[in-house]
Ligand binder design. Structure first.
Ligand SMILES: *Cc1c(COP(=O)(O)O)cnc(C)c1O
Length: 289
């Protein structure tokens, strides 16, 4: 499953005016619209569904969820049905944004629910009720992060990646991607996460998925919170794209890259540090500039 998706990802090393070597692993090139990291997160979930004889995937997300778009795409690719439980009843009467439009175009049934109902998404009683309603559905949690997802994100780093770099960076939403990177990283590597959200809770979430401690997480570049932006961020994004010809988006990858450039400028990393930044994609949710 997903075998025909090229996982031999291109790398791009950026010319920086210092001794730091910064290489971008372009998971965004796995698909023009679907976030590259999501294929890794979905892979073993889809396997598990198939093993249980289920051909329907049900999952949860907000209006800007790249996980929703990715699940819709992956489901269509392998001939599964997909159902998205979407936060916000009011959205049902509005034009779909690009993320939800993408999901619907890939055949996902969108169910808009109230914020009160959406809050129940982790409650076992609510999940049982949904399972009763959709007996053929394999349920994946919001953001797609579970044990099976982390089994998949451990496959992002190749054995060369584990040898050739000192620091691995990624953008963090639910923590499933960074957890896999941490689990698969080598001992001498540091994994650095740039949170797209504000708050300490993610630190605890990630700790639940790993026993290793060669990692740090910062929310210093979250620009006020999830899907929030600042003029500085948008300006950085535009300049970065012009200079390096690598598209970013404002929810995840631009925040990571802005943070990374800031740390490099502050001499946070020792001379000659070799950094691998994972470009997770997400470009269907990009601001059109
Ligand atoms: C979902 C997503 C992330 C965050 O992944 P998590 O596993 O939820 O931390 C990062 N970047 C992009 C582009 C994404 O779509």
């Amino acid at each position: 499953m997903f075998d025909h998706i090229a996982f031999d990802t291109p790398y791009q090393t950026l010319a920086l005016p210092c001794s730091i070597q910064l290489t971008v692993k372009r998971l965004d090139l796995i698909h023009p619209q679907i976030s590259g990291n999501k294929f890794f997160k979905l892979k073993y979930n889809f396997f598990a569904a198939q093993q249980q004889g289920l051909r329907q995937i049900l999952t949860f997300g907000g209006a800007y969820s790249n996980h929703i778009a990715a699940t819709a795409y992956a489901a269509q690719l392998v001939g599964f049905q997909s159902i998205g439980i979407i936060r916000g009843e009011e959205l049902s009467t509005q034009d779909l944004n690009p993320t939800l439009q993408t999901a619907q175009d890939f055949g996902m049934q969108l169910h808009f629910v109230s914020r009160a109902e959406y809050r129940l998404r982790h409650e076992s009683e609510y999940l049982q009720q949904l399972q009763g309603q959709y007996p053929q559905a394999f349920i994946i949690p919001e953001g797609g992060t579970n044990t099976l997802a982390i089994q998949g994100t451990q496959e992002i780093l190749t054995s060369e990646d584990k040898e050739n770099y000192d620091v691995i960076c990624c953008a963090v939403g639910t923590g499933g991607t960074i957890a896999g990177l941490i689990e698969s990283s080598s001992e001498q590597q540091q994994v650095l996460g740039f949170s797209a959200l504000k708050g300490d809770f993610l630190q605890h979430d990630i700790q639940q998925w790993t026993t290793k401690n060669n990692w740090t997480l910062t929310d210093a570049y979250c620009c006020g919170g999830y899907a929030k932006t600042t003029d500085e961020l948008l300006q950085f994004m535009q300049q970065f794209e012009q200079r390096y010809a690598i598209p970013l988006e404002q929810v995840y990858t631009a925040k990571m890259m802005m943070g990374l450039f800031d740390l490099i400028q502050q001499n946070h990393f020792p001379a000659n540090t070799r950094i691998l930044a994972i470009h997770t994609g997400g470009l269907q949710g990009r601001f059109q500039t």
